[in-house]
Design a protein around this ligand. Structure first.
Ligand code: GLU
Length: 512
């Protein structure tokens, strides 16, 4: 027997920007398909017109493109044999299944008005009923095709009065399901409600559309967030009711992403509050104009971003922490996805970015840093920028932080670290610096090695204190006692600039 080709899908609803939890779901689907030589498709689930947000679909597509999580089928990625991949363009497909379920007695038409439903909700709440939703306990006293005479039902439908289709949940049956991550699950239908499958606006709800599409797109594995686990019994029942149980996909519900302290789901507000992005790219809310920051614009490389996401809920079972997308696809397995929620660790996220940043060549980093310099109106040769990036990259997590570490290469300090002055600027410092200045003036060629040899020779010959001379020079050039090798800094600044900065420091730094 030939093995069935693995087919998975990422099925977001365009109700806002894609949260990083959503990108992780897409990534795990992508990795699973790659690992098994299968297909990964993108389907847009937009049947809830009330929650439609302009721009969200493009945002999803663009985010996946940036992260390199490329579907080989689906909307935004060249469509494919099951087009269209957007549910609002597939609306004719769903109605017949809703009708089929009604005709077979597995679903029914319901005509209750919003006011009647509200009244029911209040009543159930007040009576503290065990099941407070529209379920078998109450369906017998509501306005639906189970309670109304057939002619009235037909007449209502013919006259165009609004109705929905609800599933007729069995009264007391155990639904069994197996989840690859969570194991065996059993739920009694008495606890479930008669979910709406088809709405009065002529569109299916998520549940019906999702099952019909997974079936018709031949999906073999549904890998999605844990928030969909409560829907699983309903979905299993729908497969059975539609006669598709034998080809029902396998399910894997991924762990929630938790706040850094592990207390609750990671939300958009946590990002704002704690200062890290929870979205892949910047997003501007089209209604409120509110801005949310993204990993891309925060300066994360896409490789780091992928690596961060991969470890939020999965581990390779080895010590290896850095993985390319291809390596992840090799290593990935649903067996190593945890059940427990994955705590977001922002420090670790920065660590990942650092690891990828230092792997880049100095020229690559320089390309990105050059545009930061350009924004500040600073120009310098590509070679010089690359050397400077190479000197400080170990000290930064992001390209934009290079400026904090290397600004003195481009602009002379305007002020000097008061702590450094207090500790290292002594009454004899001006005389020592003037002496050193004379020596520096004569150094030729002005290379780091030569500067080192000449200055050290001078200090030793005159029995001066090494730190007493070199540290004030550093303060004059950098503004503080930190930074890369002083001789290298001097070579890059050039002799004239070094002299200028020493003179400037001598005139500005006054001891009390
Ligand atoms: N449209 C659902 C969502 O927005 C898809 C859930 C699923 O994968 O079944 O997450």
């Amino acid at each position: 027997m030939t093995e069935k080709r693995i087919r998975v899908r990422f099925a977001p609803s365009p109700t806002g920007p894609l949260h990083i939890g959503g990108v992780r779901t897409a990534l795990y689907n992508y990795l699973f398909a790659k690992k098994h030589g299968g297909d990964f498709l993108l389907r847009i689930e937009d049947t809830d017109q009330g929650r439609f947000v302009p721009g969200a679909e493009d945002y999803i597509i663009e985010s996946l493109k940036w992260a390199g999580i490329t579907p080989n089928e689906g909307i935004g990625f060249g469509e494919g044999p099951h087009a269209p991949y957007k549910q609002s363009e597939r609306r004719e497909i769903y109605k017949k299944y809703a009708d089929q379920l009604v005709n077979e007695g597995k679903a029914y038409y319901a005509f209750d008005t919003p006011e009647e439903l509200e009244k029911l909700r209040k009543e159930l709440e007040e009576s503290k009923a065990s099941n407070t939703s529209y379920s078998y306990h109450v369906r017998g006293r509501m306005k639906n095709s189970l309670t109304l005479p057939l002619e009235e039902v037909q007449q209502r439908i013919a006259s165009g009065s609004p109705y929905v289709v609800r599933i007729k949940m069995p009264e007391n049956e155990i639904i069994k399901a197996d989840d690859i991550i969570r194991g065996h699950i059993e739920v009694n239908t008495a606890t479930l409600d008669d979910k709406v499958l088809f709405k009065s606006d002529g569109l299916p709800t998520y549940h019906l559309a999702n099952i019909v599409d997974d079936y018709s797109m031949q999906i073999t594995h549904v890998i999605r967030g844990e928030e969909w686990l409560p829907s699983l019994p309903l979905h299993v029942l729908l497969y059975r009711y539609l006669g598709w149980e034998s080809v029902m996909p396998q399910f894997a519900h991924l762990p929630l992403l938790l706040k850094p302290d592990g207390k609750g789901k990671l939300s958009k507000r946590d990002g704002d509050r704690l200062g890290f992005p929870v979205f892949p790219m910047n997003w501007k809310d089209p209604f409120s104009g509110e801005l949310s920051s993204g990993y891309r614009e925060a300066g994360y490389t896409k490789d780091a971003f992928i690596n961060i996401l991969a470890f939020l809920g999965w581990n390779p079972g080895t010590e290896q922490e850095l993985f390319t997308l291809d390596e992840l696809a090799q290593a990935f397995s649903l067996d190593h996805v945890h059940k427990a929620g994955a705590r977001f660790d922002f420090e670790k996220a920065k660590w990942f970015n650092h690891q990828y940043l230092v792997k880049l060549s100095d020229t690559e980093i320089a390309k990105a840093f050059k545009s930061i310099l350009a924004e500040k109106g600073i120009t310098a040769s590509d070679d010089k920028i690359a050397v400077i990036c190479g000197l400080v990259k170990d000290r930064v997590n992001f390209v934009k932080e290079i400026w904090d570490q290397a600004s003195f290469f481009f602009v002379a300090p305007e002020s000097y670290d008061p702590e450094a002055i207090k500790k290292r600027w002594k009454p004899e410092t001006p005389a020592l610096l003037n002496g050193a200045k004379e020596v520096i003036q004569a150094i030729e060629p002005f290379t780091a090695q030569n500067i080192h040899d000449v200055l050290h020779g001078y200090i030793e010959k005159n029995q001066l204190n090494m730190g007493g001379v070199m540290v004030p020079i550093r303060i004059a050039l950098v503004g503080t006692t930190k930074g890369p090798d002083l001789q290298v800094i001097m070579e890059l600044l050039g002799k004239d600039e070094v002299i200028r900065r020493i003179e400037k420091a001598l005139s500005l730094i006054k001891l009390p």
